[in-house]
Design a protein around this ligand. Structure first.
Ligand code: NDP
Length: 458
């Protein structure tokens, strides 16, 4: 049967895209985030696919939207009250054309197979952009760590790994953290992997420094998003210093985004969580950030507590940061957290640079607003690739049984973000404007597509 992009097709890119998306939606019903992610990428790469018979003959795009395999399993564990709890566990191994599967684990009640398929699909492009050899994957569970004791989190992680361990390994699939999975969870997962396999190896990244972790891995995603913003601003002869920044979220990515922005002389005025946003027009300086890190990472509290400690700050209940005037925006919480209305308000308020720490935080409407306004807008697959890049460096260090110094890792991260930026400019420039969405998608796609063509039909 002929598929939407069959080799004999002479359809225009637009017609082909329409037919292709109908095919994707019919094949994966009920997965709107996955459709959204595929549509964004396919809209950018379709002209390349239509102009390249080798890609069409090899059905590269049709293959890229179907995971190599999906693991789905039950996770059964006992809570502190002796009650049995049942969760769902997943690992989506999306594409290993350019290296072993690599991508985070997300523990959040909203996790579904569709969410993880969108994240795994994005990961394939992102990992390709890093210049390192890593395929794409994503996994997780609908388990909610909020309000759970350390013992409960440990028992859940052990039960999760008891299913996953047989399908991962340092040259097979190397999971890492994501929402709800930080150093504590990676520790529990690694302990159980070792117990089951009798192997101490680089099966996970984001490990503790003394047992195989890399310098700068906790910082990498946030730092990378700021380095990317720095590169974008430089194309217009501007610096981050002196600019006002809005950051959303208050987890790992948000925290280190604030740290690097402070270091570079910007003033961060917001942080948020799912309850609302704190606004501190005096700036969230290093001392206040240290307090937030203790609140979120040790006491596991809520961001609203900030206004009790810092009296000049205010709390916007149930609101996101995007109504607060700023020149720089760093969406660093979750997908679809910034819609068309938010984007208009940001642009009207003078925001000229948006660098996504989160995965797909801007809705398609929001992206349209940014592109039409010709502001500097970097999608997550480019701007937040620093996290997985340093995970790749952690794998390199593990393979060589060595630790690199902080400066070496940070310099390498900075170099990788610079080269991702250059690649986006190369593939995304149009009439003096850089469309980073197009640049990131085309650059990420070509490397994977070429590898798939060269490796034949498998
Ligand atoms: P954390 O779990 O450390 O923090 C997540 C933050 O986002 C919390 O403040 C959380 O608030 C908030 N959040 C989560 N879900 C929602 C929601 N539905 N609405 C509003 N706020 C929400 O996760 P990370 O910082 O690691 O991840 C943040 C984003 O960055 C995600 O999109 C992730 O995929 C992406 N990312 C992370 C990487 C990493 O290295 N960690 C690498 C690349 C991308 P609350 O506590 O209320 O849930």
């Amino acid at each position: 049967m002929s598929t939407p992009l069959s080799s004999e097709s002479h359809a225009s890119s637009e017609t082909a895209l329409h037919a292709f998306m109908e095919h994707v939606i019919a094949q994966s019903p009920g997965e709107p985030e996955f459709h959204q992610a595929v549509h964004e990428a396919a809209a950018c790469v379709m002209p390349v696919v239509m102009a390249t018979p080798a890609y069409r003959n090899a059905k590269v795009l049709e293959r890229m939207i179907v995971p190599d395999r999906v693991l789905m399993f039950r996770v059964t564990w006992v809570d502190d009250h002796g009650q049995i709890q049942v969760n769902r566990g997943y690992r989506v191994q999306m594409n290993d054309a350019i290296g072993p599967y690599k991508g985070g684990l997300r523990f959040h009640p909203s996790v579904t197979l569709g969410t993880l398929k969108f994240l795994a699909f994005e990961q394939v492009f992102k990992n390709s952009l890093t210049t390192l050899s890593m395929g794409g994957a994503k996994g997780g569970s609908n388990f909610d760590p909020h309000g759970r004791s350390d013992g409960e989190v440990m028992r859940f992680c052990q039960a999760f790994m008891s299913e996953l361990y047989a399908h991962i390994g340092p040259d097979i699939d190397v999971p890492a953290g994501d929402i709800g999975v930080g150093g504590r969870e990676i520790g529990f997962l690694f302990g159980q992997y070792k117990k089951l396999t009798h192997r101490f190896n680089g099966v996970l990244t984001g490990k503790g420094f003394d047992w195989g972790g890399s310098n700068i891995r906790p910082e990498a995603t946030g730092y990378g998003a700021v380095y990317f913003a720095q590169e974008m601003m430089a194309t217009r002869g501007q610096l981050l210093a002196g600019k006002i920044a809005a950051v959303s979220g208050s987890g790992n990515v948000a925290q280190y985004t604030v740290e690097k922005l402070n270091e570079l002389g910007a003033k961060v005025v917001t942080l948020s969580d799912s309850d609302g946003t704190i606004v501190d027009m005096d700036g969230i300086n290093a001392e206040k950030l240290a307090w937030v890190m203790e609140l979120k990472n040790v006491r596991r509290g809520r961001i609203r507590e900030y206004i009790e400690r810092f009296k000049n700050a205010t709390f916007l209940e149930g609101r996101r940061p995007w109504s607060v005037p700023c020149q720089l925006a760093f969406p660093s919480a979750t997908q679809n957290e910034l819609d068309g209305k938010d984007a208009k308000q940001l642009v009207e308020n003078g925001c000229t640079c948006i660098s996504e720490g989160a995965n797909m935080p801007s809705t398609p409407d929001a992206i349209d607003v940014f592109i039409k306004a010709k502001v500097l807008y970097a999608p997550g697959k480019a701007a937040n690739a620093g996290g997985v890049a340093v995970s790749g460096l952690e794998m390199t260090q593990n393979a060589g049984v060595m630790h690199w110094e902080r400066k070496r890792v940070d310099d390498t991260l900075r170099g990788i973000m610079k080269s991702i930026h250059e690649n986006c400019v190369k593939h995304g420039s149009e009439n003096g404007f850089v469309n980073y969405v197009r640049g990131a998608n085309i650059a990420g796609f070509i490397k994977v597509a070429d590898a798939m063509v060269q490796q034949g039909v498998y």
